[in-house]
Design a protein. Structure first.
Lengths: 425, 338
């Protein structure tokens, strides 16, 4: 048996394999997440140096208290942005996102599409953040930021047509469902590979700044994907060049079956990743729509004032499966999402609006029904253009288009060969 | 002898080796508690402990890099990349490090590591879950690249790969995990339990790396195929009523040139089939070798059937996939060529 006398360690060496707080059959346990009271975390000035706000990477910015009141310095910072109109819009955006997800999840189960990714429980983050983006700014999203598009008023029919790979699919069937590209809505083409686009968002922001433009960008990544090298590359370039970018980490606790402990969360926070790079970082309650608005305003304002990058860790929970290909009952406690201490973003904003405006339970129920019937109406329209398993999809020849600007000769030959075979068939 | 799916056969190979050799270590994304997104490592952590089978952070470069570190220490890592499409961040570690370790240290350091990854399309996975990257590995000196087409070969080849003293890229055609697939996507899949090649012996056995297998004897044309395309090629020959000899290469590098040469010398014609894109694909290497070694036996140009030179499309999957119709047309054209 090894005996390391110098260190005083007796016995053999060992490695540490992190475990999540619970597996199927266990009682859910989130006691490792320290949650400050709403309103307790300070709101630093926009030009605060990273070294003077290191505490922000370990706390959690929260605005809504348990009774639904907006409290503390971040509520004050929102100022004129905190209107009933804004919040009702936010509530609607989140409700649309959730209803859209439910319909598309069901459509996948019915074979109308091959794949779908829900963002249940995380709706506040993307829908709230988008309120602080302006036309011309660019999000570099993951596949779980459909809320950005919905808040940017991207027509739902266009999104559904893409999901169905039908004859109106704006991407002509080339890309996986829900891996949208909507440049006009500030939504970069989603790769599907993990983390690759984090550093691209930084480069986009550098280009805006080099060009003397006023556009900003935002990068998106999940807790699991912060493990990818490209995340660190993006952080490095952001640190070196200080471009106008907001770097978002959506910490929803799970990366398929791997808890965020496997991405290195046990000894620190994801927000603290920025401290080594020396730029400001804040950790925010991602299920608190008002906190999302406030933190998004703070970080985008910093970018617009040329104060450089900001990292935001959104603390949230992935209520749904990773995707339609996943079954989380195989690896996490079944009731874990019920035990999530930061609640449901829609319920929390609803509580706030009922307590502070003329919003009522009845109006909420009515709005939910209206949203659902409107989505069903749009869905029927989308399905009239076909679905993956029915109707006329995009032309098969479209797969040869757009590989290059001008089709090279070898590809022309292949397309002709393809067409000839079709005729012979 | 039990009937197994390809997933079970792959798991059984790791189980056999982990039981025999405590230096065999298995890790990758979601492979620990959950047992992998395709369940190839299911139960291994419970059986052999967390230090023998564990989850890795989502960083393919680190997974391979750490694997190299372990292999050079003396372990035998058998690591999983969740999809072959995700291996590219690890390409530097594979090409510049694992593949050259033995050569550049003149044998002082070696890298007995297996990198497993699901390859190929047919599951509506779009451009990020469908690619066939074998040629980017066969192009690299110092790597071995194998690709089984059935449960028996999968187990035997994986055991051989784990026992091999050089790095082995182990490609698993994901469309074959649960049953043979001949490209007729409109038909129900035959499960491996109803297919003779689902027969997998218990315990230890190997399928030698570098040996092809003639899976259908014939005299008019040789089809060189591997992975999913073995079944597509057989179906094409059957449906066209062509007396084709189908060779399942199983190992791309090292390659069983002897079996290929004997067959082409007999048939005088050769069609190469793969799912990967055509240009600079492994088929180009095969065509060149056949041309070089069988030139005086050839009665027609060597024909290649492959994926079109485009990213793997989502909705047009079956227009892209080189199915039995395309292979059949190539066979006919090759037989008619004067």
């Amino acid at each position: 048996m090894a005996d390391n006398k110098e260190s005083g360690h007796k016995g053999p060496l060992s490695i540490h394999i992190p475990e999540p707080p619970g597996r199927p059959g266990d009682k859910p346990d989130f006691s490792h997440i320290k949650i400050p009271k709403a309103g307790e975390t300070r709101c630093p000035d926009l030009d605060t140096k990273a070294e003077d706000m290191r505490d922000m990477a370990y706390s959690i910015v929260r605005v809504l208290d348990r009774k639904g009141n907006a409290v503390g310095p971040w509520a004050e910072y929102l100022g004129d942005d905190l209107t009933d109109e804004t919040l009702l819009r936010g509530l609607k955006d989140m409700m649309v996102t959730r209803a859209f997800d439910q319909r598309m999840q069901t459509a996948q189960r019915q074979g109308k599409t091959s794949f779908y990714v829900q963002c249940t429980g995380e709706e506040a983050i993307a829908t709230g953040f988008q309120r602080m983006m302006r036309p011309g700014d660019m999000n570099f999203p993951t596949y779980r930021q459909q809320g950005l598009l919905i808040a940017a008023e991207c027509p739902l029919i266009d999104m559904m047509n893409q999901i169905y790979s039908n004859e109106k699919d704006p991407l002509d069937g080339k890309q996986l469902p829900a891996l949208y590209s909507f440049k006009d809505h500030g939504f970069f083409t989603i790769s599907g590979n993990l983390g690759t686009q984090y550093v691209q968002a930084v480069g986009w922001a550098m280009a805006s700044a080099i060009s003397g433009d006023d556009k900003i960008s935002s990068a998106w990544i999940g807790d699991g994907s912060t493990a990818e090298t490209d995340f660190h590359s993006g952080m490095l370039f952001a640190s070196v060049y200080k471009p106008p970018v907001v770097l978002n980490i959506v910490n929803n606790q799970w990366a398929i079956s791997s808890s965020n402990a496997i991405a290195g969360s046990q000894n620190t926070t994801f927000a603290a990743r920025a401290l080594g790079y020396g730029f400001p970082s804040i950790r925010v309650d991602g299920n608190d729509y008002l906190a999302v608005l406030a933190a998004s305003k703070w970080a985008t304002e910093r970018a617009r004032r040329n104060l450089g990058p900001t990292l935001i860790e959104w603390v949230t929970y992935r209520v749904a499966a990773h995707s339609t290909s996943d079954d989380p009952t195989a690896y996490r406690p079944q009731t874990e999402s019920d035990a999530w201490p930061l609640g449901d973003p829609i319920e929390r904003l609803k509580l706030h609006l009922i307590a502070n405006s003329d919003w009522t339970e009845e109006r909420h129920t009515q709005a939910k029904a209206e949203i659902e019937s409107e989505i069903i109406r749009i869905q029927k329209e989308a399905e009239s253009h076909g679905t993956l398993n029915k109707g006329h999809g995009p032309d098969a020849e479209m797969m040869f288009e757009g590989v290059y600007k001008e089709m090279p000769e070898h590809l022309v030959r292949q397309r002709i060969e393809f067409e000839k075979q079709g005729l012979e068939g | 002898m039990a009937r197994m799916t390809m997933i079970e056969a792959i798991r059984d190979a790791m189980d056999v080796k982990m039981g025999q050799d405590e230096d065999v270590v298995v890790f990758g994304e979601d492979v620990g508690y959950f047992g992998g997104v395709f369940r190839c490592t299911h139960g291994l952590q419970a059986k052999y402990g967390k230090e023998r089978c564990f989850d890795a952070p989502i960083n393919e470069s680190a997974i391979v890099g750490a694997g190299i570190g372990m292999a050079t220490y003396g372990k035998r890592p058998c690591i999983e990349i969740q999809f072959a499409d995700y291996v590219l961040p690890a390409y530097d570690q594979i090409v510049s490090e694992a593949a050259r370790m033995r050569h550049r240290s003149n044998g002082e350091f070696t890298c007995p590591m297996v990198v497993r990854m699901p390859t190929g399309g047919g599951i509506f996975g779009g451009q990020t879950h469908s690619q066939s990257p074998e040629a980017i590995f066969t192009h690299v000196s110092g790597l071995k690249t194998v690709i089984p087409s059935n449960p028996y070969d999968a187990k035997g080849l994986l055991i051989a790969a784990i026992e091999d003293d050089d790095p082995v890229i182990f490609l698993e055609p994901k469309r074959l995990y649960n049953g043979p697939f001949d490209g007729h996507h409109e038909l129900a899949v035959t499960p491996w339990s109803k297919h003779e090649k689902g027969e997998v012996p218990e315990g230890h056995y190997t399928v030698p790396i570098g040996k092809a297998q003639i899976v259908r004897e014939g005299s008019d044309v040789t089809i060189l195929a591997y992975g999913t395309m073995v079944f597509v090629a057989e179906a094409a020959a059957r449906e066209q009523g062509i007396d084709a000899e189908v060779i399942d290469l199983r190992s791309l590098l090292p390659l069983d040139l002897e079996t290929i040469q004997k067959s082409v010398e007999k048939t005088g014609r050769c069609v190469v089939v793969h799912e990967a894109t055509l240009t600079s694909g492994f088929g180009a290497e095969l065509a060149a070798l056949v041309q070089q070694h069988c030139f005086y036996s050839l009665e027609a140009p060597v024909k290649r059937v492959a994926g079109w030179d485009t990213p793997y499309p989502h909705a047009q999957e079956w227009d892209y996939f080189p199915g039995p119709k395309r292979v059949g047309a190539a066979l006919k054209a090759t037989l008619e060529a004067k």
